[in-house]
Design a protein around this ligand. Structure first.
Ligand code: G6P
Length: 370
């Protein structure tokens, strides 16, 4: 069993460490080094169809849903197409407004999630073209979808998804850029710039993994708490939703992820002395706004950890208790690095509490009932 885990104590830790490889594998052959453009020959979706897309709906469950939240920020910013996110179990029952110009993207690691499969069929019955982003080529979802974009994360064993999620992000970057190329919403230079930054991600994640001890120490510190909060704005808000889910799944510590600016509209009432608040601060356009929100929770006694880029560490330390610095990338790609710190946090919190990290109570890797 230890051999299967490649010397790691748990599958989850092994899979966290496999992310640089998963990134490389998912990008492999999809970036043309000469033209500096994305090539996705596997797609049946024609350029004509892409030009006609009026809206996109991203539908998934659990961690795949959270990846879709990042997908939305990526597609909207690169291709300027309106995107909605839906939980698959809700999608079918809300009579979604679908036209032949609607692209539905279903995201599923296993390709077998019953709710997601049902949503896919609902979308097709309404005339949508369905693109599946999945990690399993021969899965039910891959077979039924009109188009498939495969993530090459390799088999994921731990119930808590890590490398599948991050590979889904890479799939969204590639697809978002592809839409932008066809629709002309980004210049060649802009596309090349994003691709260059993407190619640095594996190394940057490796660099981050080298600093896991600091996250471990912090995880041990929060392990005795019953409740905690995550805050962030923009893409950071989407990432902390995944961080909060990860922590709940395997450490059983209750946490909530909040849009930093929304706290004051209710949840601030729950902030009391000593409560941990983890602020993800990578989106520089809203950095000052997030710092104001950090000050609001600090004033109520919260113990704040900020996860940010090195260059902001000194400034942020004036307002928070601790800072964890992560490697810098473009704002739209930040999730691919920052999420790793939150995965490690969940892992080490679960470990400190003595839980079965790879097989959390009540949860299954793949849920094939609706
Ligand atoms: C289960 C797993 C989650 C996963 C979700 C969707 O609930 O425990 O980790 O995110 O299913 O799975 P899928 O295979 O469709 O991505």
């Amino acid at each position: 069993v230890t051999a299967e885990k490649g010397g790691y104590e748990h599958f989850m830790l092994k899979e966290i460490h496999e992310q640089p490889k998963a990134y490389r594998d998912t990008m492999l052959g999809r970036i043309d080094n000469e033209t500096k453009r994305v090539v996705l020959p596997e797609l049946k979706l024609t350029e004509e169809q892409i030009k006609n897309i009026r809206n996109i709906q991203i539908v998934a469950c659990g961690t795949a849903y959270n990846a879709g939240l990042i997908g939305r920020t990526v597609i909207e910013s690169l291709a300027r197409i309106p995107v909605e996110n839906d939980v698959a179990s809700e999608y079918r029952y809300r009579s979604p407004i679908v036209t032949p110009e609607t692209l539905v993207i279903v995201v599923s690691q296993s390709g077998e999630t019953a709710d997601t499969l049902a949503a896919l069929r609902e979308a097709q019955a309404n005339g949508a073209h369905v693109l599946a982003i999945t990690n399993v080529v021969g899965s039910s979802i891959a077979r039924d979808a009109d188009d498939v974009l495969v993530t090459l994360a390799g088999p994921e064993i731990a119930v808590a998804s890590t490398k599948a999620y991050s590979s889904q992000l890479v799939a969204f970057y590639l697809f978002g850029l592809y839409l932008a190329q066809v629709r002309g919403t980004q210049t060649d230079e802009q596309v090349a710039q994003v691709l260059a930054a993407m190619e640095s991600l594996p190394e940057q994640v490796e660099e981050m993994l080298g600093k896991a001890d600091a996250i471990k120490a912090y995880a041990e510190q929060i392990a005795s708490h019953k409740h905690l909060f995550f805050i962030g704005r923009g893409q950071d808000y989407a990432v902390v939703q995944e961080g909060s889910l990860k922590l709940k799944e395997i450490s059983y510590i209750h946490s909530e992820a909040y849009a930093a600016g929304e706290l004051k509209h209710g949840t601030l009432a729950l902030i009391e002395d000593g409560i941990p608040v983890i602020a993800l601060v990578t989106q520089e356009s809203v950095l000052e706004k997030t710092v104001s929100n950090i000050k609001e929770v600090k004033a109520r006694g919260a113990d704040v950890l900020a996860i940010t880029y090195e260059e902001h560490a000194v400034e942020l330390l004036k307002s928070v208790d601790q800072v964890f610095a992560i490697p810098k990338t473009l704002p739209i790609l930040s999730a691919a690095i920052s999420v790793v710190s939150l995965q490690l946090l969940a892992y080490y919190a679960s470990l400190a509490l003595g839980h079965d990290v790879d097989k959390p109570r009540n949860l299954a890797k793949s849920v094939t009932v609706e």
